[in-house]
Design a protein around this ligand. Structure first.
Ligand SMILES: NC(=O)c1ccc[n+]([C@@H]2O[C@H](COP(=O)([O-])OP(=O)(O)OC[C@H]3O[C@@H](n4cnc5c(N)ncnc54)[C@H](O)[C@@H]3O)[C@@H](O)[C@H]2O)c1
Length: 343
C-alpha cells in the first residue's frame, strides 16, 4: 500500500517524501511538473537512498488518474498539487479555479471510484481573510475578505470537502491550514525554487543575500505591529512536512469521520518582516539591503496561528525556530544559487 502525493515534486511535497520515508511509508508522486522539475525527486532519492516512484500527470485528467489508481494500490492521498501564486491568480482566475478546484474535484471523483477515501488537503491561512483577533483559531469564520482567487480556490475546496464528508462519513479528511512555510532540508539538497522573481519573502531575502537581486522591497512600515511591518507565522518546511505524517497516523486511527478535521499548522508566534531580515542576517553574516515601499494590496497586518489543536489532535508540535529556518534557507540558497538548474 502506498500514499499518493499529488504535487510531490514541489517545495512542500518533496520535503514530505522524506518524512514519509522516515515513517516507513511508501509514496507515489503524481505531478504535471508545471512548477517543478524531476531534479527535486532525484535529490530526495539521494537523501533517502531509494528511488521515488513518479508518474507524470495532471490532476484534471481523469483517465490518467484512473490509470494511476489501477496501477498502484493507493491507501490515501496527500494533495499538494495546485497553483499558488497570489498575484498571478488575480491575473488568471480561470486558470486557478480550473487547476485547483476542478483538479481537486476530478481527483476526489476518481478516489471515490477506487474506494480510496482518505485525503489530506493543503489549505492555507488565507481562508481566514482578515480576522480581527489573534491568534487565529480554526473555528474563526472563513471565506470573508479573501482578496484573491488563489485564496478563494482554497476556501471553495474546503467547502467541497465538508459537503463530501457530510454526504458520506466513510470519507476521512484532514484539512491542514498552512501558515508561512520557509526553510529547507538541512542537507541543502532540496528547497524552494521559485520561477523568476520570488513572490514570497524568504526566497526574496535569500536571493538578495546571494546577490541575484539588488534589494528587498518591504511593503509598508505603517501597520499596527511591533515595528510597522507585516507580521507572519513562519514554519520550517520540515516541521510542516512532518505534520502530514501525523495527519496520516490520525486518519489511520479513524473508522468514520462525520466531518473533516481542520487544523492550523503554524508555530503560534509572529515575526515581523524586519525581525525576519535581522534573524537571517545574524545566521548568514550577510547584510540584506532593503527599502520600505508602500503597502501591497491585499496584505493583512498580522497573521499567526493558535497551534494548540495540532498538538491536541495530531500530537504535532513545531521543532525548529526562526534561526534554524533562516540557516537552512541560506544553506539551500548558497549551495544552489540557481535552484535546481545548477546541476
Ligand atoms: N508554499 C506556501 O507558502 C503555501 C502556503 C499555504 C498553502 N500552500 C499549498 O501547499 C501546496 C504545495 O505548495 P508548494 O509551496 O509545495 O507549491 P509548489 O508549486 O512547489 O508545488 C505544487 C506542485 O504541484 C504541481 N502541480 C500544479 N498543478 C498541478 C496539476 N494540475 N496536476 C498535477 N500537478 C500539479 C506543480 O508542478 C508543483 O510541483 C499547494 O497546494 C499550495 O497552494 C502553500
Amino acid at each position: 500500500m502506498a500514499i499518493l502525493v499529488t504535487g510531490g515534486a514541489g517545495y512542500i511535497g518533496s520535503h514530505t517524501l522524506i518524512e514519509l520515508y522516515k515513517a516507513g511509508l511508501e509514496s507515489v508522486v503524481y505531478d504535471n511538473l508545471s512548477n517543478a522539475s524531476k531534479e527535486s525527486l532525484k535529490r530526495v532519492a539521494q537523501i533517502i537512498g531509494q528511488e521515488i516512484t513518479f508518474v507524470e500527470g495532471d490532476i484534471r485528467n481523469k483517465e490518467q488518474l484512473r490509470e494511476l489508481f489501477s496501477n498502484y494500490s493507493i491507501d490515501g492521498v496527500i494533495h499538494f498539487a495546485g497553483l499558488k501564486a497570489v498575484a498571478e491568480s488575480v491575473q488568471k482566475p480561470l486558470e486557478y479555479y480550473d487547476n485547483n478546484v476542478v483538479g481537486t474535484l476530478r481527483l476526489l471523483e476518481v478516489m471515490g471510484e477506487f474506494d480510496c477515501k482518505s485525503i489530506i488537503f493543503s489549505s492555507s491561512a488565507t481562508v481566514y481573510g482578515e480576522p480581527n483577533k489573534m491568534p487565529i483559531r480554526e473555528e474563526f469564520p472563513t471565506g470573508n475578505g479573501i482578496t484573491n482567487p488563489y485564496g478563494r480556490s482554497k476556501y471553495m475546496i474546503e467547502e467541497i470537502l465538508k459537503d463530501l464528508s457530510k454526504s458520506d462519513s466513510s470519507w476521512k479528511i484532514v484539512i491542514l491550514r498552512y501558515f508561512n512555510p520557509i526553510g529547507a532540508h538541512e542537507s541543502g539538497l532540496i528547497g524552494e525554487d521559485p520561477n523568476g522573481i520570488p513572490n514570497n519573502l524568504m526566497p526574496y531575502i535569500s536571493q538578495v543575500a546571494i546577490g541575484k537581486l539588488n534589494e528587498l522591497q518591504v511593503f509598508g512600515d505603517d501597520y499596527p505591529t511591533v515595528d510597522g511591518t507585516g507580521v507572519r507565522d513562519y514554519i520550517h518546511v520540515v516541521d510542516l512536512a512532518n505534520a502530514h505524517v501525523k495527519a496520516l497516523e490520525y486518519l489511520q486511527k479513524q473508522t468514520v469521520m462525520p466531518e473533516p478535521l481542520i487544523v492550523n499548522v503554524g508555530r503560534g508566534q509572529g515575526y515581523s518582516v524586519l525581525e525576519l531580515i535581522r534573524a537571517f542576517e545574524k545566521v548568514s553574516g550577510v547584510k540584506v539591503p532593503y527599502r520600505i515601499v508602500g503597502r501591497r494590496e491585499g496584505d493583512v497586518a498580522i497573521s499567526y496561528a493558535d497551534a494548540t489543536l495540532a498538538k491536541k489532535k495530531l500530537d504535532w508540535v513545531a521543532r525548529y525556530d526562526i534561526e534554524k529556518m533562516c540557516a537552512d534557507s541560506w544553506n539551500w540558497q548558497k549551495k544552489n544559487p540557481n535552484g535546481y538548474e545548477t546541476s
